[in-house]
Design a protein around this ligand. Structure first.
Ligand code: PLP
Length: 404
């Protein structure tokens, strides 16, 4: 059978592509996965969200801001309408705030969808995806669906700064389809210097693209790459309301890029109205000047307190500026994850490149106090032989072993 990616680049519609994908046995499961799927796939049992402590999916326990909650409540009576004008007005607000032309921004219900579509639009069996390792896996899943070669490039200075190794990523292919740079990186929480990202953008062939995923940018002082879009550069930037804004379950995000690039990417998806509750909440969040600095400060305090605690107990932790960090547990991370889950504390997954590390999402003060206590206890026990995670039946439908 012709590969889905070949048929796609041959000009078939998105619908036909999906039909072809569904017919392919390799794609019998979902081709696209998100942080939520990956986090749930990694925990030893499918833990109900209202049971135990969940610091495994880089969510924000603070939830939507007070202003966002009020905006949702106020819009509910209008829930019988599409309110397209509000959707347009919301995107335009973000464009204005960022000094962009409105055509340089498209809003989606979360950044996962444009992330996947960008990978499908720019990669193919002959145009690889280049990613750091460890980094967020969703682009690899999309590439897998398109039968695209995936070039994983180990992060530079893994025991220290642990940043995307841009020179090595550029050297990985002379004809990359898409170079994915997560900044700050998920799962390490580390920042790649702006000058290096700019160099990558300036170096790639014109028909390739660099995608900078700024899901976690609000937690740190790193400069955004959105100004590079304004300068006309060949880069797409992803933003989400799932992290600092606490709206993972409400769903809202943006892709930012050159209008022609966005046309090519968005053409692979359908036209689907945004939930008006999400539009209202995200708009209220954008209009609140205190939200980012306040939450950034709260996060920094909690994160540093926990990193200090772990380092004082002799553990190596990545120098994160985000809401998560990698913790080297000095033994198979999956065992520690399983032992913690037995105490109903669900910590994040293990990346194959760093089998002795687990990702910890920074939760509330009380959640982290419970984490610290349980972690110290677990590390005093012998975890050898603890069962690797068993997937929830729904997640077993997905080919989760492919990328290990
Ligand atoms: N990008 C990164 C790096 C992420 O970690 C996530 C979620 O955790 C996403 C994108 C997707 O988030 P959402 O679809 O909720 O906007």
């Amino acid at each position: 059978m012709t590969s889905p990616a070949a048929t796609l680049s041959g000009g078939l519609s998105r619908r036909n592509f999906l039909r072809a994908a569904a017919a392919s046995s390799a794609l019998a499961g979902l081709p696209f996965v998100t942080e939520a799927h990956l986090a749930h796939a990694a925990i030893p049992k499918f833990a109900p969200s209202d049971q135990g402590i969940h610091i495994d999916a880089n969510e924000n326990p603070m939830g939507p801001s007070e202003g966002a909650r009020q905006a949702i409540a106020a819009i509910i009576p209008k829930g019988g309408r599409y309110l397209f004008d509000k959707e347009i007005g919301f995107s335009e607000l973000f464009a204005r705030q960022q000094g962009l032309d409105p055509e340089m921004v498209i809003a989606y219900p979360g950044s996962s969808e444009p992330l996947h579509l960008a990978v499908l639009a720019y990669t193919s069996p002959t145009r690889p995806l280049v990613v750091a390792d460890p980094s967020y896996e969703a682009p690899m899943w999309a590439a897998q669906a398109a039968k695209t070669p995936i070039l994983k490039v180990p992060v530079a200075d893994p025991k220290g700064a642990a940043i995307n190794d841009i020179p090595a990523m550029l050297a990985a292919s002379s004809t990359p389809g898409l170079i994915y740079i997560c900044n700050p990186n998920n799962p390490t929480g580390t920042v790649t210097p702006f000058e290096q990202i700019e160099k990558a953008i300036d170096s790639v062939p014109k028909d390739s693209v660099v995608m900078v995923d700024e899901a976690y940018i609000h937690f740190c002082d790193a400069p955004s790459c959105i100004p590079l879009v304004k300068q006309g550069k060949n880069v797409v930037v992803l933003r989400t309301f799932s992290k600092l804004y606490g709206m993972a379950g409400i769903r809202m995000g943006f892709i930012v890029g050159q209008p022609e690039t966005l046309k090519k990417i968005s053409a692979l998806g359908g036209q689907n109205p945004l939930p008006i509750t999400a539009v209202a909440a995200a708009k209220a969040s954008l209009l609140d000047p205190e939200l980012v600095p306040t939450r950034k400060k709260i996060m920094a305090g909690l994160r540093e307190e926990n990193i200090d605690f772990l380092r004082s107990h002799g553990y190596t932790v990545t120098p994160s500026v985000s809401n998560c960090f990698m913790l080297d547990v000095g033994r198979p991370g999956k065992q520690v994850q399983a032992a913690m889950a037995a105490k109903e504390i669900y910590i994040g997954r293990v990346w194959p490149a760093w089998p002795n590390s687990v990702r910890i999402t920074v939760g509330t003060q009380s959640e982290m106090a419970a984490f610290q206590k349980a972690f110290v206890e677990v590390m005093k026990t012998n975890t050898a032989g603890l069962e690797p995670p068993a997937l929830h039946p729904r997640l077993q439908q997905t080919p989760f072993s492919h990328l290990s």
